[in-house]
Design a binder for this molecule. Sequence first.
Ligand SMILES: [Zn+2]
Length: 371
Amino acid sequence: MNIIIFFLVGLIVHVVFFLSIFDIYFTSPLVHGMTPWATPLEPPASRLVLVVADGLRADSLFTPLNNGSSRTSYLRRVIEERGTWGVSHTRVPTESRPGHVALIAGFYEDVSAVAKGWKENPVEFDSVFNESRHTWCWGSPDILPMFAKGASGDHVYTYTYPAEEEDFASTDASKLDTWVFTQVKSFFQSAKSNSSLKASLLEDKNIFFLHLLGIDTNGHAHRPMSQEYLDNIGLVDSGVAETVALIEDFFGYDGRTAYVFTSDHGMTNWGSHGAGHPSETLTPLVVWGAGVNHAQRVTEPQPYTDGYLQGVKLSTLLVSQGLLPLSYLNNTDRFKAESMYTNAFQVLEQFKVKMTQKKESTLSFLFTPFQ
Ligand SMILES: [Zn+2]
């Protein structure tokens, strides 16, 4: 008899533990129904160009060549002369999908997304693309659709190479990036003679997103120390230079474009990612253009950089999590203060929704709000 009771108690304990895993890890942390807040002040930029070099390690971009020059001469010049740079810290799992969700939607994705093969959205979420007036995206069919699908209304446009034709890059993955740069070029070319497209482009709150998968693919196939990986970084650098020139020309050098260059995760020396080694979690961040701080000269060694890129101030090791990265902003104290104030209210909105939910799902005598 005792053995049966022992067995039953053991079984119940295990079932409770098993179910608690789903309750803790497979429940979405997202809440819906917050009131959106916005600052009343004029934003410094009318449009954002976001470039994500998939699988690019921070040290691979920032470390100079042996002779002191750089394989990314354009981005190097941006860092030294007119931009702000930093090292962003991605969280595990260091995979493309959660990396992009963190960048574009601003939260750490539910572990439950893994049950859908990182493809389908496990929960509805808002994103900066959805909040934009228009977003145009070019890149991989594995990444772009999730942000278009979640968007309300028809204002996120995606241009992807067909998945079955990804083979065109099987001999040289950097062709995936050349494809993106070529598409962007012909897009702006055609906009010159397409008056309705041109009118949309000239509006504010627009985003252009370039997803570059070549570096990641080359890293998996040849490892990050290979000539293929390193050459691909050089190709991306000149592609970015051309794209910036093209965009500046299209908008008549109006000084209203902000640029962000970063990556979704890094890669280990043997060409894998997913875990939490610094080579996988440390990613480069270069920001320049409208509203962004200029490069600042320093003499002391910069933290987190293993000695690469001496002489230019590292803005911050960016782990944003609800904090505004003020060191990147070039604006008045009034603007910064207003932005922090707005941000605080937006975070408070989430707290309020969470508290209401908790109150509704808890027996009233067990619910005690914090003082
Ligand atoms: Zn990736």
